[in-house]
Design a protein around this ligand. Structure first.
Ligand code: KG4
Ligand code: ZN
Length: 374
């Protein structure tokens, strides 16, 4: 009986048109809800940042993150609908980040999306967080459009507090991992360095700001894995070197600006050099940089220079689409809905999951299902 119910629903969804969907992102410490159209246009995006809640602990406390999502998520859903004067009739489906991330945080989003889908009889879909970051390059709104000609295939550098990876994005759902960090993520390195200098958590933005006017050559920080042909990254040696350097300067407080500029230059050099190598290796003529660290001004500047130097097309979405947000989940979701995909009620929240391997049970292609009875 249950199977028949699903089969008919799946069959129905495969034929339905998806004009706009609601998207939910709660994989880490940002509660975010968006409404995204099938052309990637973001009609609404509301996010609630938890930075102030985690700052006293100098890191993200999973228990606090999930508790806050529980309090914030449904009011945000209500608010985006109200802002646009939409009712649920205007929403064709619900997309939610179901992997990877903090287990408790993911669960709040996944269970909320399933409950809404069940109560409102809407299809829903679990989306990989990193696919969202890559697909952010297709988002548009009244102030931003991707560069003319932006499309697959492209090279995607995802740099955030939890991830640093280079992907050959060939098509929706077809991503080849070219390289990733072997230890700390770039954002994590920025945050640990900021903590070392007493700049608070998360401190990437503070390092960026203090770097202004600093001398990038004042301190020599290591650039790891630069002689290898491979495209992996490593930032733990840089962290150790920075600790040693700071401890070795008695009045390091007076050198914050130079320390930040030199540290930032080391991170940016590595990210750009690996991106350059990946462009050469893949012969791609388009690249995107997303994730919270792509807000970094030195990185953006260096990426623009690289695009000029290599004659490639660059897409760096605005910061609101680079940090964790639901709009990026929405654009990935609506494109997957459009090709007939929906998730099943047993969709799991998975704390770790590689983007290039999509476990079978997570995505049920409704096109393969037949109604069991007319
Ligand atoms: O993507 P995101 O919002 O969350 C995840 O980690 O998934 O990225 C947050 C990270 C933090 O590590 C933060 O310090 C870093 O992005 N970040 C920056 C800048 N703004 C945010 N790092 C360097 N420069 C910035 N301007
Ligand atoms: Zn992220």
């Amino acid at each position: 009986m249950e199977i028949a119910f699903w089969a008919v629903d799946e069959y129905f969804y495969a034929r339905m048109k998806f004009h706009r969907i609601l998207a939910i992102e709660t994989s880490c410490d940002d509660t975010s809800v968006a409404i995204v159209r099938d052309d990637g246009f973001v009609e609404a995006l509301l996010s609630q940042n938890q930075d102030a809640r985690h700052r006293p602990f100098k890191g993200i406390v999973p228990e606090i993150a999930s508790r806050d999502h529980t309090e914030t998520l449904l009011p945000l859903v209500d608010q985006v609908l109200q802002n646009l004067k939409y009712s649920w009739k205007d929403i064709d489906g619900i997309a939610v980040t179901n992997r990877p991330g903090l287990m408790g945080s993911l669960l709040v989003g996944v269970v909320t999306a399933k409950s809404l889908a069940l109560a409102l009889k809407k299809p829903f879909l679990g989306i990989h967080h990193l696919e969202g970051h890559l697909m952010a390059s297709f988002l548009r709104d009244s102030q931003f459009t991707p560069p003319a000609g932006w499309d697959f295939p492209f090279l995607g550098l995802v740099v955030s507090g939890g991830h640093t990876a280079l992907y050959h994005a060939k098509a929706l759902g077809d991503y080849e991992l070219l390289g990733s960090t072997q230890d700390d993520a770039a954002g994590e390195a920025f945050d640990k360095f900021a903590t070392l200098l007493g700049l608070g958590f998360p401190g990437g933005l503070q390092v960026d700001q203090l770097s202004e006017g600093g001398n990038v050559q004042a301190f020599q920080f290591p650039r790891a894995m630069m002689n290898d042909d491979e495209l992996n990254f490593s930032f733990s040696g840089l962290k150790t070197s920075a600790q040693r350097t700071v401890r070795g300067i008695e009045d390091w407080e007076n050198h914050r600006s130079d320390l930040c500029a030199s540290f930032q230059a080391a991170v940016v050099d590595v990210l750009i050099e690996k991106t350059k190598r990946a462009l050469k290796k893949t012969k791609l003529d388009r690249f995107a940089i997303t994730g919270g660290v792509s807000a970094n001004r030195a990185l953006r500047k260096a990426a623009e220079s690289l695009a000029k130097e290599t004659g490639t097309l660059l897409c760096v979405p605005p910061v609101r689409y680079c940090t964790d947000n639901a709009a990026m989940i929405g654009v990935a979701g609506i494109q997957r809905f459009a090709r007939g995909e929906t998730s099943l009620w047993n969709l799991a929240a998975l704390p770790s999951s590689a983007l290039h391997i999509i476990p079978e049970q997570q995505i049920a292609s409704s096109l393969n299902l037949q109604p069991s009875s007319p």
